[in-house]
Design a protein around this ligand. Structure first.
Ligand code: TXA
Ligand code: MG
Length: 320
């Protein structure tokens, strides 16, 4: 089992030795290693059983540090960074050669983010290298939003989990690229598209599903629990399955045609941010229930973080 604690100096020392540490962020827990140390980066890929074509995000604590490892920061990107960092936003930049190719899977762009969590920010402040950190789950499974989630799946493989409690946002960061200065969203996530559009105007969303992704990491089946997982558009689309061993994940209201004890509300108060925060924990909880063989989810309102929630639900169900 990994040791669990709030000792930033210990986490720093492990990272300096090339070891891996799970770190809290506002989105999900990350599996962190020294992003300039090829051996540490390689062990991130092997610990997660992640294919090497799926690049990692570098985490740091200031725009000044970002300048050390990217070629340029376009003015529009800087505007976005200044407004939303630290926060659930990842930006792609042209990388400098000091970033190992393994981090970016050979791409000439590198994904960077300043996460918003006090423990992790003080850790990042105390080191002079960026930290590569994918979500701290085995590849393809639901991302972890609590230290217990990390412990259950990767506890045997890492020495330390920095315990920052439950993640406040609950879905991964929104990824934005500025290829040719045209901003595009490559992954919907914890920063609402509407908030980005307030700064940049209308933005293209390329976050489509695919089983042969052009953008790495946008696999059709991803963020998936182990059980049969079905997504339906609305309460009206629900039909009772033959097998009674099912559970339904609803937004804020129970379906009248289903026994209440089979239903789980993502957001009893009707707030899409609450749904984002609860989503992965609920998926794990239902995945772990012996009496449940199939999970049926109903789409949430497609606004704000609800778009990221629906995106993850679609990937869990592996539909386009
Ligand atoms: O919220 C988050 O972003 C969390 C926390 C730990 O920061 N991290 C996270 O990392 O979700 P990960 O590795 O699970 O997802 C990173 C995604 C992948 O889908 C990857 O393909 C994409 O970012 N990505 C990374 N570098 C890229 C690049 N240069 N071009 C296109 N996509 C990239
Ligand atoms: Mg991930």
């Amino acid at each position: 089992m990994a040791e669990l604690g709030r000792d930033v100096a210990k986490a720093r020392s492990l990272l300096q030795q090339g070891k891996l540490v799970a770190i809290p962020t506002e989105t999900v827990y990350g599996l962190a290693g020294n992003g300039l140390n090829v051996d540490a980066v390689a062990s991130i890929f092997s610990t997660k059983k992640r294919p090497s074509f799926d690049p990692l995000i570098l985490h740091t604590n200031s725009l000044e540090k970002v300048r050390h490892f990217v070629k340029e920061i376009p003015a529009v990107a800087e505007k976005l960074a200044e407004k939303f960092w630290p926060g659930p936003l990842t930006i792609l930049f042209k990388k400098k050669s000091l970033i190992p190719d393994l981090v970016t899977s050979g791409l000439d762009t590198v994904a960077v983010r300043i996460p918003n969590h006090p423990l992790t920010l003080s850790l990042l402040e105390s080191i002079d290298f960026p930290v590569a950190a994918p979500s701290a789950n085995p590849f393809g499974y639901v991302s972890p939003t609590s230290p217990a989630h990390v412990q259950q799946q990767l506890g045997q493989d890492i020495p330390y989990i920095l315990d920052g409690g439950n993640c406040e946002v609950g879905v991964e960061s929104t990824i934005v690229s500025f290829e040719g200065d045209q901003p595009a969203v490559l992954r919907m996530g914890g920063l609402a598209i509407e908030a980005i559009e307030e700064v940049l105007g209308k933005i293209e969303v390329q976050a489509h599903s695919s089983s042969t992704p052009a953008a790495p990491g946008m696999l059709k089946s991803h963020y998936a629990p182990g059980k049969s997982f079905v997504l339906i558009d609305s309460a009206e689309a629900f039909t009772l399955p033959e097998n009674e061993q099912f559970a339904v994940l609803v937004f804020d209201e129970l379906l009248p045609q289903v026994p209440a004890e089979k239903q789980y509300k993502l957001a009893p108060g009707g707030d899409v941010r609450e749904a984002a925060k609860q989503l992965f924990g609920m998926m794990r909880m239902l995945d772990g229930k012996d009496e449940v063989e199939q999970i049926i989810a109903v789409k949430v309102p497609d606004v704000g973080l609800g778009r990221a929630v629906n995106d993850r639900l679609k990937r869990a169900a592996a539909i386009d």
